[in-house]
Design a protein. Structure first.
Length: 290
């Protein structure tokens, strides 16, 4: 009875911990909306702030400012949207079954990472676009272009650059490491090809003979598949030691991954297989079984 009560209490404690963790995660999603909301308010206010401060701006310049801010405002709006959606989805899932929290949280974290990466790419594109936009605005909006507009522009540039910096560093790292990556891939491909060619040569040159109890009396079973040798079994001795013999099919499959003896780990040289076959024929009367 005590053991059952202990199990029940432990299960209840685990559910309470998962519920608490889920509530903290949901609260964090809503907290993540605060900074983007402040940015949105600033972007809207910054369009009218110079006029409120007594400055002047032509209609063309005001429209240019709106386009610039609207292009940037899409990012915080999107950030607020997906954080709210994540919070609602997590709350819905937890209401259905709180024990699913670790799995749901892991999936949402993965999606969040993908969205963050796409956001960094978007900020990078915006940053590049603004370099050209700044040149046009500085030429067309000389009248009415004031200190507050310049501060707003610097604010946007800093905000986007911090996000775009990750993508810029990744691109630079790829460009710097690209020659090394290409060389490494080339070496890997060549090594795999050489290994495959060597395996074909070794498997093609292996000696396959009928199992003979008098010649092969060191082992009664194959060391690869652990099955006993039948009288009509086809076995393959290896050049490292004639008493290192295995089922022909087993050792052929083995050589496709490792061109070495399964027992002593000595490398099998395909150039010596023909000579080994001749020695087996001369000394033990073992001939290739076709």
């Amino acid at each position: 009875m005590r053991q059952r009560t202990s199990i029940v209490n432990r299960g209840e404690l685990e559910r309470n911990n998962l519920t608490s963790a889920a509530q903290e995660q949901i609260a964090q999603y809503y907290k993540n909306c605060v900074l983007p909301l402040i940015v949105i308010v600033w972007l809207v206010v910054s369009v009218y702030l110079p006029g409120w401060a007594g400055g002047e701006r032509s209609e063309e310049c005001e429209w240019e400012m709106w386009k610039t801010n609207l292009a940037f405002i899409a990012f915080p709006i999107f950030e607020i949207t997906y954080n709210v959606v994540f919070a609602i989805c997590l709350a819905y899932k937890m209401r259905a079954n709180v024990s699913d929290f670790p799995v749901v949280a892991a999936k949402l974290a993965f999606v969040n990472g993908v969205i963050a990466l796409l956001g960094w790419v978007g900020y990078t594109i915006w940053l590049v676009w603004m370099q050209f936009k700044w040149t046009d605005m500085s030429k067309e909006c000389t009248k009415g272009w004031n200190v507050l507009d310049f501060i707003n522009f610097i604010f946007l540039m800093i905000g986007s650059f911090c996000q775009a910096l990750v993508i810029i560093l990744i691109v630079l790292l790829i460009l710097i490491c690209l020659p090394c990556i290409c060389c490494s891939l080339k070496q890997i491909i060549e090594a795999v090809k050489e290994k495959g060619d060597l395996a074909k040569k070794v498997t093609g040159g292996l000696l396959k003979v009928k199992y003979d109890e008098e010649t092969f009396k060191n082992m009664q079973s194959c060391a690869i598949c652990m099955c006993d040798f039948d009288k009509d079994a086809q076995v393959t001795p290896l050049p490292c030691n004639i008493q290192h013999y295995f089922h022909a099919e087993c050792v052929s499959e083995w050589m496709k991954t490792k061109t070495e003896c399964p027992l002593c780990r000595e490398k099998i040289d395909p150039e010596k297989l023909d000579q080994f076959s001749k020695e087996c024929d001369e000394k033990y009367g073992l001939k290739q079984d076709k």
